[in-house]
Design a binder for this molecule. Structure first.
Ligand SMILES: NC(=O)c1ccc[n+]([C@@H]2O[C@H](COP(=O)([O-])OP(=O)(O)OC[C@H]3O[C@@H](n4cnc5c(N)ncnc54)[C@H](OP(=O)(O)O)[C@@H]3O)[C@@H](O)[C@H]2O)c1
Length: 344
């Protein structure tokens, strides 16, 4: 059994925790809480062992299992799922001195003074490179989604592709967030996604623009792929993705909310589809240009990615076996079939 501690229990941490409690190969040591009160603790401690910063242990001693430092020292691996940017100090103060491997989330830095890791993982591209490594960033939802679409196209059409231009339309907040959704379309002067994707697909000519819109319902990407000569047909493009893990092909959704609300209505855990959804009704090919539009389950996509990554890092498992395990836990192939039927 691999002993895992989840440091950070927000939108990502709570999903990681629900998944790992169902994995018989994992012993979940517990979760970290930084902001607490007795009411929150009462609900949480029925499900997990809760660990808090050292200065809060005495105050909540009847409800918590110990300090975050103690939990890290007991673990074989830490899943760091804290607020963007906290990963670096966690690494310096806790993980590195104790020699504990850690997976960081996509909001952490890959380059510069606050870099937490030497690689960004995308299960479709560099799963095996993660084997045995100490510190890795799991790419953000947008970065993970782009890898899932670009890599199959590159494998199939290779040098025929000239460049990728991607416009990311990003949700303002997650459904569970209490923060206000501002009525504005906000641009990003320097989207990190372009460099992040190039970390694992270095040779692609990729240009990314990102716009945040007042929505809580998923991200939508429009990927424009320029070929050197005539683009393959629509059917040839869709063929590339029919058997892709965690990529669904939908035909009749009218917007991202349709997909999210359907996932909730179908009782998918946390309302997650855990995948990207190509919207084939607006897939366009003309001359040397292909336009693919896909929605990206911002909160759910990276959870199976973290699960795959830990199987490479800690268990050193072959990718095909890891995919089988992850699929069993998250029912991704089954969900893909259901969604493709619902939006057929
Ligand atoms: N939300 C998404 O759709 C999404 C998708 C992909 C990747 N990510 C990435 O995943 C990470 C987490 O995002 P999120 O949306 O889950 O954030 P979130 O909902 O804001 O949760 C962050 C959590 O961090 C905890 N925290 C506070 N200080 C901490 C520390 N020093 N170390 C560890 N945790 C600490 C907070 O705990 P308390 O509640 O106890 O204060 C909070 O629950 C970010 O890097 C983000 O970029 C997010």
């Amino acid at each position: 059994m691999v002993k895992v501690f989840i440091n950070g229990y927000g939108n990502i941490g709570r999903r990681l925790a629900s998944a790992l409690t169902k994995d018989k190969e994992i012993s979940l040591i517990g979760i970290a809480k930084y902001t607490i009160d007795e009411e929150k603790l009462k609900n949480l401690k029925n499900r997990f062992d809760v660990y808090v910063p050292e200065n809060l242990v005495r105050k909540y001693k009847n409800s918590v299992s110990g300090s975050i430092r103690e939990a890290v020292s007991e673990s074989d691996l830490v899943l760091d799922a804290g607020k963007e940017g906290d990963g670096y100090s966690n690494k310096i103060k806790l993980y590195k001195p104790m020699g504990k491997p850690a997976i960081f989330q996509g909001g952490e830095e890959r380059h510069g003074d606050k870099a937490v890791a030497e690689m960004i993982h995308n299960s479709r591209v560099n799963y095996h490179d993660a084997s045995g490594k100490q510190y890795i960033i799991q790419g953000s939802c947008n970065v993970s989604g782009m890898g899932k679409i670009m890599q199959p196209l590159i494998e199939k059409f290779g040098d025929e592709i000239q460049r990728f231009d991607v416009t990311l339309v990003r949700r303002w907040a997650d459904l569970e967030d209490s923060k206000e959704v501002k009525d504005s379309i906000q641009w990003d002067k320097n989207p990190h996604h372009q460099e992040d994707v190039k970390d694992f697909i270095p040779h692609a000519k990729l240009y990314v623009e990102a716009f945040k819109v007042p929505s809580r319902m998923m991200h939508l990407h429009q990927m424009v792929v320029r070929f050197h000569s005539k683009t393959p047909s629509k059917d040839q493009i869709l063929d590339v993705f029919t058997k892709e893990f965690a990529v669904a092909i939908l035909n009749s959704a009218k917007g991202t909310a349709d997909v999210r609300m359907k996932a909730i209505q179908l009782g998918f855990e946390h309302g997650d589809t855990n995948m990207v959804h190509i919207h084939q009704d607006i897939l366009r090919v003309q001359d040397e240009t292909l336009k693919i539009v896909y929605s990206d389950d911002q909160t759910g996509l990276v959870i199976p990615e973290n699960h795959l990554l830990l199987q490479s890092m800690i268990m050193r498992r072959p990718r095909s076996e890891a995919i089988r395990k992850t699929d069993g836990l998250f029912r991704i192939s089954e969900k893909k079939r259901i969604l493709e039927k619902e939006f057929g």
